[in-house]
Design a protein around this ligand. Sequence first.
Ligand SMILES: Nc1ncnc2c1ncn2[C@@H]1O[C@H](COP(=O)(O)OP(=O)(O)OP(=O)(O)O)[C@@H](O)[C@H]1O
Ligand SMILES: [Mg+2]
Length: 248
Amino acid sequence: MIEVINLKKSFEDKEVLKGVNLTILDGEDIAILGKSGEGKSVLLKHIIGLLKPDEGSILVDGVDITKLSKTELYKIRRKFSYVFQGAALFDSLTVYENIALPLRERGVSEDEIREKVKEALYLVDLDGTEELYPAELSGGMKKRVGFARAIVSKPRYLLYDEPTTGLDVLTSWKINKLIKKLNKMEGVTGILVTHDIRSALYTSDKIALLKDGIIVEIIESSRYKEAKTEELREFLRAGGLIEESNKD
Ligand SMILES: Nc1ncnc2c1ncn2[C@@H]1O[C@H](COP(=O)(O)OP(=O)(O)OP(=O)(O)O)[C@@H](O)[C@H]1O
Ligand SMILES: [Mg+2]
């Protein structure tokens, strides 16, 4: 379980997070929705301990990660995998070697690596691409290699930061299907950051809307029509999911 409690973060004089509160239960998949620049990536980076807050705490399975030493944090981070906004692959490494990286860091044997990479490639529907280099792949395929690398170490928490940025509509939809599939894997809690309300609803059980530095509303995806805040209703209207109001 992840508990974000009264998280505050400023950069110079710009207050980005102003007291974020959010609880993510085990096995519950959540989408953090917000416009560009609202601080979604900043929030995600706090959750995996890449940024330290000015105030507040983040409990991962009861442990406040904001208080940990670098070594302790390193251990906790093994519970997480992070799919970056770009594909973030190493161009000089094959698909196999890119996916094997997190396992090599952990000293896993070559036989086990081979088996796990194969399994991960199967999951993302890229069997047989082991020996290709990133330059030989399409944008969507590169993204899927990034997903394979994220799941190969069997994380408890899978974090995705705008994974469909820069992809065409059809490829984006394939990626959304993949996110949903990975989120449903046993023992996985998915945390998706997006500004796309449709991806959020499709992939996740819950949606939390980040606006002006706080979470303004959390709803279950299946009950989106009951959204209360004007901010969330605006997203729903923009996505064609509820009727336009007469004011617009
Ligand atoms: N390391 C940093 N130093 C200074 N300012 C930063 C830093 N990281 C983020 N910011 C600022 O914090 C604000 C929120 O940034 P963030 O990247 O979290 O937005 P976002 O919601 O992820 O947007 P997008 O949807 O465009 O990715 C922005 O104004 C950004 O300029
Ligand atoms: Mg971002």
